[in-house]
Design a protein around this ligand. Structure first.
Ligand code: ADP
Ligand code: ASP
Ligand code: MG
Length: 409
């Protein structure tokens, strides 16, 4: 008999009926004799509703109080799910992050898990109970409630599986696995039977929201077998596997990720002297803002242009900071665009194949899509394009690399 950690996302517990359906699913596993620890999200829309409430009071609420507020969403779900399990005569007990406890650092709204105490969970499992833990939340060393960043229940699930040395961490969601790209954008996207951790990490970091990036990092680091499945229907889902060789006939490209939440800033006519990059980016990192892509052109006339991208939410803030820096540096002008997006192709097969980039650029050119920036890693090529071309670019690349399920085209 196995120990499974099962994580159910917002849509999967979006109503009382859905919670009862999840309880039935869990009960079936229990009846087969497996031990089950569950991590749940807030009911769909709830976390957004709570964020909106806080925004109605302040656009910069205290991060500590925001965490106290946001953590309530998951607390509702654990209680309702336990009630639904108990109604099915399935013994169950709920825990908030603080009760487990799931110890995190004190970085409110983006805390990292440091350790998980498994004593109570082990005792409950031994007593034949299903353990239901609130996802997305923990507690810091001072006893303050913390949250793990949006989508963080995935990370709770994986971290519980690592701490309990579970046989598998199953992420139940509203799609039946990881697809070649978001099936909401490309109808002919195909479910992948397997994908490597490395590729999944790249897909998540390039914008595929099916798994939170930290969850994938965690699973890779602690070797947690991870599977994405549908909570609505039965099926094998997608296994995130450690071994590249496990995957037979590896295609060149495994998937396409995209991210709409991008903005681009360019400082034009910066003097080409040492230390400029650090003077431009220093104040941005000091403001705790993450920079994604960076491009600096070759200097021709002792000046250069410096372009970088940030999250769209940070655009206004960064523009203010950069206008000041540009002034100090004697740069000519600052330009910005917050209507861009990033599209990335990902695949370990790229390592052993030439011509992948040119194929990507040809495909985009054939639809007259202008590439504004390019960045590459060993298994990824990402381009920045105008946001209005996002869907067209993803569909075009999906077809160009032969990823579509032919029966759906
Ligand atoms: P949950 O609430 O269960 O955590 P999410 O909304 O966070 O669910 O993640 C599931 C969604 O991720 C899907 O509905 C799908 O639209 C989106 N998604 C994006 N990229 C992919 C992909 N490559 N494969 C599958 N789903 C994807
Ligand atoms: N409820 C949180 C969110 O909406 C965490 C999660 O669902 O994973 O981001
Ligand atoms: Mg999610």
């Amino acid at each position: 008999m196995a120990l499974y950690v099962q994580k159910f996302g917002g849509t999967s517990v979006g109503s009382v009926e859905r919670i009862e359906a999840v309880a039935e699913k869990i009960k079936r596993f229990r009846d087969e004799g497996h031990d089950i620890v569950v991590a749940v999200s807030a009911m769909s829309g709830e976390t957004n509703r709570l964020v909106a409430l806080s925004q109605a009071i302040s656009n910069q609420p205290s991060p500590r109080e925001l965490d106290v507020l946001l953590a309530t969403g998951e607390q509702v779900t654990i209680a309702l799910l336990c009630m639904a399990l108990q109604k099915l005569d399935c013994d169950a007990v709920s825990y908030t992050g603080t009760q487990v406890p799931i110890l995190t650092d004190s970085a409110h709204t983006k805390a990292r898990i440091q350790s998980i105490d498994t004593v109570k969970m082990r005792r409950d499992l031994d007593a034949g109970k299903v353990v239901v833990v609130a996802g997305f939340q923990g507690v810091d060393q001072f006893g303050s409630i913390t949250t793990l960043g949006r989508g963080g229940s995935d990370t709770t699930g994986v971290a519980l599986a690592a701490a309990l040395k579970a046989d598998e961490c199953q992420i139940y969601t509203d799609v039946d696995g990881v697809y070649t790209t978001d099936p909401r954008v490309v109808k002919s996207a195909r479910r992948l039977d397997r994908i490597t951790f490395e590729e999944m990490l790249e897909m998540a970091s390039q914008g595929s929201k099916v798994l939170q990036i930290r969850a994938v990092e965690f699973a890779g680091k602690y070797n947690v077998p991870l599977r994405v499945l549908s909570s609505f229907e039965d099926g094998p889902g997608t296994l995130i596997s450690l071994e590249e060789e496990d995957i037979m006939e590896q295609p060149i490209i495994s998937g396409i990720a995209f991210n709409r939440d991008e903005a681009k800033l360019t400082v034009l006519g910066v003097p080409d002297v040492p230390g400029v990059a650090s003077r431009i980016l220093g104040p941005i990192s000091a403001a705790n803002i993450e920079v994604d892509m960076i491009v600096q052109n070759v200097a021709e006339d002792r000046t250069t242009d410096f372009t970088f991208t940030v999250h769209r939410n940070d655009y206004d803030k960064v523009m203010k900071v950069i206008e000041q820096v540009a002034d100090d540096l004697g740069a000519v002008e600052v330009k910005g665009d917050n209507t861009i997006c990033k599209v990335s192709i990902v695949g370990v097969g790229m390592r052993s194949h030439a011509g992948v980039a040119s194929k990507m650029f040809d495909a985009l050119a054939s639809e007259s899509i202008n590439i504004q920036m390019i960045s590459t890693s060993e298994i990824k090529i990402a381009v920045v394009i105008a946001e209005k071309y996002l869907e067209l670019a993803v569909r075009t690349l999906h077809a160009a690399f032969g990823l579509s399920d032919e029966s759906l085209v």
